[in-house]
Ligand binder design. Structure first.
Ligand SMILES: [Zn+2]
Length: 317
């Protein structure tokens, strides 16, 4: 496979991972790559995608089809969302939520600032929801940020899109008869990732610190690192049991065993890439040594491929 093909597959994998490309369209388009940022393509594709609704447990639902995984918690006081997807999905997300409850959306929690999780902030806030996030999510959303690996510069978000309840280490919210627990990871996928735990249902949303069965993206331009990703995985393992339902940022809802495999993969790739770099290999020589080979079949077919992930890790070790 030549370099160009590898790159294309990597991008297609990313697009599939955010839930907008189905197997039916995967072979399609040249046009998919005509635009030079996957952000624009993802937004265009999200406009066409439908939103699926999966009932988990304890009145918590998973919505997929607009970027990152969205959790919806329904109860007597109203709706709480974890992440709000991409703005173009507004009508479909609103319709999916109406199918769960006609009560208003009271709260929206952002797991981090990325557009495929937080671009819905503005419209959801305008329906009356209060936005809760880590303080760095507010900082990042309010700033102009270039993410080089996406070849895209995000302008500052409008004021209505900014969280108004922010915290540094942890935050608890009593709502619908339970106490929802939010916890900051320290820099991992970005510098603003948090987990959201629903104790009654024993469901943990871990945002983009976990991509179930995919190599994860690490956003170096907003503070992400491989070591932070490993630490975040260790934290996720420390607070879950075999019974916990774990919602990743991308991919299917999973369990602790799958999360454990993901953590072990991160550690193994970090060790291999670190040893090659220490040995004096250049980035390309490290990629050519295929340090992810043992994991590509499981993690590299669908999202970032092994070469792309190797480069992300190489930059950090
Ligand atoms: Zn992200």
């Amino acid at each position: 496979m030549n370099k160009e093909q590898t790159n294309k597959i990597s991008r297609v994998g990313f697009l599939r991972s955010v839930g907008i490309i189905t197997a039916g369209t995967i072979l399609m388009p040249r046009s998919l790559f005509a635009q030079n940022s996957p952000v624009i393509t993802i937004k265009n594709e999200a406009a066409k995608a439908s939103i699926s609704v999966q009932s988990l447990r304890g009145n918590i639902y998973l919505l997929q089809g607009s970027g990152g995984n969205i959790a919806v918690f329904n109860g007597p006081e109203g709706i709480l969302m974890v992440d709000g997807g991409i703005a173009v999905s507004r009508k479909k997300i609103a319709a999916a939520i109406k199918g769960i409850s006609t009560k208003p959306i009271k709260y929206l929690i952002n797991t981090h600032w990325h557009f495929d999780h937080a671009e819905g902030n503005e419209w959801i806030h305008k329906t009356g929801a209060t936005i809760i996030a880590h303080e760095n999510t507010k900082k990042n959303l309010g700033s102009k940020i270039t993410v080089k690996d996406w070849n895209y510069t995000f302008p500052p978000a409008p004021k209505e899109a900014l969280p108004t309840i922010i915290f540094r280490d942890e935050h608890k919210l009593k709502f619908n008869g339970t106490e929802i627990q939010m916890k900051y990871y320290k820099p991992s996928h970005t510098d603003c990732d948090i987990s959201v735990y629903f104790p009654g249902a024993d469901i943990l949303h871990v945002g983009d610190t976990w991509w179930n069965a995919h190599y994860p993206f690490i956003d170096h331009d907003s503070g992400g690192t491989i070591d932070g990703m490993i630490e975040a995985s260790n934290y996720n393992l420390s607070v879950t049991t075999d019974k916990t339902m774990i919602i990743p940022g991308h991919g299917a809802v999973g369990n602790r065993n799958q999360l454990l495999q993901f953590r072990d993969m991160l550690v193994a790739v970090r060790e291999k890439v670190g040893a090659l770099k220490k040995d004096g290999r250049t980035m390309q020589e490290t990629v050519d040594a295929k340090p992810t080979a043992a994991f590509d079949a499981q993690y590299g077919n669908f999202v970032l491929n092994g070469a792309f992930f190797t480069k992300l890790v190489y930059a950090d070790v």
